[in-house]
Design a protein around this ligand. Structure first.
Ligand code: HEM
Length: 501
């Protein structure tokens, strides 16, 4: 039985990406002229606090001092409504926040073939200015835009988004998951079955081990070993430092562009550690694959993601794996916590899921393969509903590639927009009974569950509009790790519910 008391604290705060490019005044004037012809009102009229007000907000004693980005964004929504602007200061650009699913659709529909996303500014600086020898040639998924991003993504898509390739990881993921279940047994309270308050560390190790398996073709032994080696320890610390410092440098007014602040130095050091250790593992993997290349009869689809990328370009394998660390560790950790928390709080749904899994997999001790997971619609619905109840990513950033109009406001090309995609997850206008955990709302009528879910208002509780629920984004730039993380969660939940916990 999955039980918990401490999980809510594990549900992480929102993640964000930033990247800001400055506009010349003439470019801005031309763009505005063009938009004014459309009968809408200018960008400058979008409501929001002034620059001075923003500075005051963040100073000690100000209403946003030491507050999370999530808190700040929601407070400004309450004050200004579904669209507002935070003017940039200290060489930062403006940010337009939107809270309307119709606006999300508008932004996504005008994304073009190469959607632009604002990347973390310190990350973009580190990659383009400090380590161009690694990152410039191939570009990166997270911090590049335009054709460079398009070329890289078209190589990565068939490798990471193809079910056949992702499926090859099932046995490895299965193996680490079994170890993880053992670990859970070991750390929980034998009487109450509750997990300890520091369970986040265990979740972190689990997520990191998964990314190392896929992104570096290496097992670090983070789950089973109490004492992990120095390099793995450094990797964990670097990932934690990045997520712990990034908000202060990227959202709040910061002077790092004028001088090297202590937090800036800390994050750059962490970027270096992550880059150098990843490169070392990729070099090791390259040597390994060289030695087996001669009698290589293996089907291309059965090769690992790393092996296939190394074959194209070694540097490409390295930059993609580094992006996986950025985008994959914290998200996997939060999504795992979300599913475990939702099931722990809803034992009757947990029981339904257990029935489905036990019927599909009557032999408990055989390895879980991707094929065995094929017909488990209630499991998939449970994961979707868990992420609705406990969202992983609250904001998706975009930079407009063309002039658009949101509501009555003109949004010029090259504006940074933040789509606050999770606000409506709890709104009864979009999801009926939003407070309840109802995996059934995601089942299609034709889904063949082999359990009885009758009595559940299946279609009545579906979201009202497809742009209301976008956990992995939408379109050409949607999450590249979606298939992988879904499979990881499916394997973990299957093991958890099959084993006599
Ligand atoms: C439940 C877990 C996860 C969630 C909810 C999630 C969500 C997202 C979202 C919302 C985006 C932005 C999409 C857009 O701009 O439209 C994204 C991008 C991305 N994600 Fe994930 N993600 C998850 C796990 C992962 C994992 C495990 C990996 C790596 C193995 C990963 C790698 C990436 C990468 C590299 C991008 C950038 C793609 C690009 O710009 O081309 N994500 N993710």
């Amino acid at each position: 039985m999955i039980v918990t008391k401490t999980f809510p604290s594990l549900i992480a705060q929102p993640k964000i990406w930033f990247h800001r490019q400055l506009f010349t005044k003439r470019e801005a004037a031309n763009i505005n002229k063009e938009l004014q012809k459309s009968g809408t009102i200018p960008y400058e009229t979008i409501p929001g606090p002034s620059k001075l007000k923003v500075l005051k907000y963040f100073l000690p004693g100000g209403k946003f001092h030491n507050k999370s980005r999530y808190y700040i964004s929601r407070a400004l929504y309450d004050e200004y409504g579904e669209i507002f602007k935070i003017p940039g200061s200290f060489k930062q650009r403006d940010l337009v926040f939107t809270y309307n699913p119709k606006f999300f659709e508008e932004v996504y529909r005008h994304d073009g073939v190469w959607p632009s996303r604002t990347a973390l500014e310190t990350l973009a600086y580190y990659r383009h200015k400090l380590r161009p020898e690694i990152f410039e040639e191939t570009g990166t998924l997270l911090a590049s835009n335009g054709e460079k991003w398009g070329k890289l993504r078209s190589i990565v898509n068939p490798i990471m988004m193809q079910p056949r390739t992702v499926r090859t990881y099932a046995p490895k993921i299965d193996k680490t998951t079994i170890k993880y279940i053992e670990r859970i047994r070991k750390v929980r309270d034998p009487n109450t079955l509750e997990l300890p308050d520091n369970f986040k560390t265990e979740l972190n190790k689990w997520a990191l081990e998964q990314i190392c398996l896929v992104g570096l073709d290496s097992e670090l032994g983070l789950i089973e070993n109490e004492h992990i080696d120095n390099e793995a320890q450094k990797l964990i610390q670097a990932v934690n430092t990045i997520f712990g410092t990034v908000e202060d440098l990227e959202l709040k007014p910061s002077l790092w562009k004028y001088y090297e602040t202590p937090k800036y130095k800390k994050i750059i050091e962490a970027y270096d550690i992550l880059t150098d250790i990843s490169l070392k593992y990729i070099n090791d993997a390259t040597e390994r694959y060289k030695s087996i290349e001669k009698d290589d009869k293996q089907n291309e689809n059965e090769k690992s993601i790393v092996e296939r990328l190394i074959k194209i370009k070694k540097k490409m394998a390295a930059v993609v794996s580094i992006d996986m660390f950025f985008a994959g560790v914290d998200t996997t950790c939060t999504a795992t916590a979300a599913c475990m928390l939702a099931l722990a709080k809803n034992p009757e749904k947990q029981e339904l899921l257990r029935q489905e899994i036990r019927k599909a997999l009557p032999e408990r001790n055989t390895p879980i393969t991707e094929e065995k997971l094929n017909n488990l619609p209630y499991l998939r619905a449970t994961i979707k509903e868990s992420i609705r109840k406990h969202p992983v990513i609250h904001e998706i950033p975009r930079t407009t590639n063309i002039n658009i109009v949101l509501g009555k406001y003109q949004i010029p090309k090259n504006t940074d927009i933040v789509l606050n995609t999770t606000y409506y997850y709890n709104d009864s206008n979009h999801f009926s009974d939003p407070d309840k955990f109802i995996p059934e709302r995601w089942l299609r009528n034709q889904d063949q569950t082999n359990i009885s879910v009758s009595g559940c208002p299946v279609t009545a509780t579906k979201p009202s509009n497809p742009f209301v629920y976008l956990p992995f984004g939408f379109g050409n730039r949607m999450c590249v790790g979606k298939r992988l993380v879904e499979m990881q969660l499916e394997i973990l939940l299957t093991h958890l519910l099959l084993s006599e916990m």
